[in-house]
Design a protein. Structure first.
Length: 86
């Protein structure tokens, strides 16, 4: 997980949809939780919980409250869009 690439992508306007931003933020949280499975770090754990709570609160308020972000978990190979080529 390279947080710098996410920041750079945001700065240059590389995101085309809000789902991409949410996915990248949730990837950071997912990576932190994976790290905590093998390493004990109480401060990191509390920080992740607080950040995730605030981020979810942000997504539940205007202008994002009508979007459905629940399906985005942040897993590395997760598909954001369920599209089929016909």
């Amino acid at each position: 997980m390279d947080v710098r690439s996410i920041i750079l992508k945001c700065q240059v306007g590389g995101y085309q949809h809000i789902f991409e931003v949410v996915h990248d933020v949730k990837k950071i949280v997912h990576t932190g939780n994976e790290f905590l499975k093998f390493n004990v770090d109480t401060k990191l754990q509390k920080s992740i919980i607080a950040f995730e709570s605030e981020f979810n609160k942000l997504l539940s308020e205007p202008p994002f409250e009508n979007y459905q972000f629940e399906h985005i978990t942040g897993e590395p190979k997760e598909m954001l869009y369920n599209c089929r080529n016909k």
